[in-house]
Design a protein around this ligand. Structure first.
Ligand SMILES: [Zn+2]
Ligand SMILES: [Zn+2]
Length: 247
């Protein structure tokens, strides 16, 4: 059995399970054999739900199992600038984990999230011909206060796992916007007007993937997609870690 530096480090700084937040030991016993542990407890992995089955052709939200619709209720009535959205987890099954990832400094969870992304969507994302991956930026003062931008941390790991090109500074957030959860759909759009600026005058990328943590109404992603389309991009996809279900 090969011992890697990361295995030794995990003895000193134990990794935490992204689902239950308890320590994951460096090895576990499976089928009577000692194996190197994965990024999460095996029993915990059964609790999270990946986005599978019928999904909205536009935003990627799970549709009811017996649905014959192509689009969710939201996308039937809203014009989205992005080409197509994809998500990894059903929000309710991973919400506690994302909260700790976002607010409690558990950046280490990003590895598990990226591995799940590769498992579920690797082939699909690879087939899109993505030139550049861009995380949704945070307002700089806010990022300094939190210490990191969770969308950027997730995006960087996804790029590493999938071999995609990471451009975290291609677009900047130049206005501090109000928390979106306080606003309705119309207010969200106004709130985001002129909030983002592309760092280069001429974007040479034709196909861009925007990455964020949670998909709600898609208004932030739309605003960024709109900027990139005006700057010359042809297709702008989005990937989020989690998405709610259609009610
Ligand atoms: Zn666990
Ligand atoms: Zn939709």
């Amino acid at each position: 059995m090969e011992i890697r530096a990361s295995d030794v480090l995990s003895l000193i700084y134990p990794r935490r399970c992204p689902i239950c937040d308890d320590v994951v030991g460096p090895v576990e016993i499976r089928g009577g054999r000692i194996r190197i542990s994965g990024p999460a407890h095996r029993k915990c992995m059964k609790k999270v739900q990946l986005v599978r089955g019928a999904t909205c052709f536009k935003c990627g939200k799970p549709l009811a199992d017996d649905s014959t619709e192509e689009y969710c209720e939201d996308c039937k009535h809203t014009h989205h600038y992005f080409t197509r959205g994809f998500s990894v987890f059903k929000y309710r099954s991973i919400s506690g984990s994302i909260y700790r990832f976002k607010y409690l400094g558990r950046q280490e969870y990003a590895l598990f999230y990226a591995l799940a992304t590769r498992h579920l969507l690797g082939k699909k994302l690879f087939s899109l011909g993505i030139d550049a991956v861009v995380p949704v930026p945070m307002y700089p003062a806010k990022e300094r206060k939190r210490g990191y931008n969770q969308a950027r941390v997730f995006a960087e790991k996804v790029c590493k796992e999938l071999g995609l090109s990471f451009y975290p500074d291609l677009i900047r957030r130049v206005r501090d916007t109000r928390p979106m959860k306080e606003l309705d759909a119309h207010e969200r759009r106004i709130n985001l007007k002129k909030a983002f600026i592309i760092s280069e005058n001429d974007v040479k990328f034709k196909c861009i993937l925007i990455i964020d943590d949670i998909y709600t109404t898609g208004s932030t992603i739309d605003e960024i997609a709109h900027e990139f389309l005006m700057a010359g991009a042809e297709r702008v996809y989005c990937l989020t870690l989690a998405i709610g279900q259609t009610t």
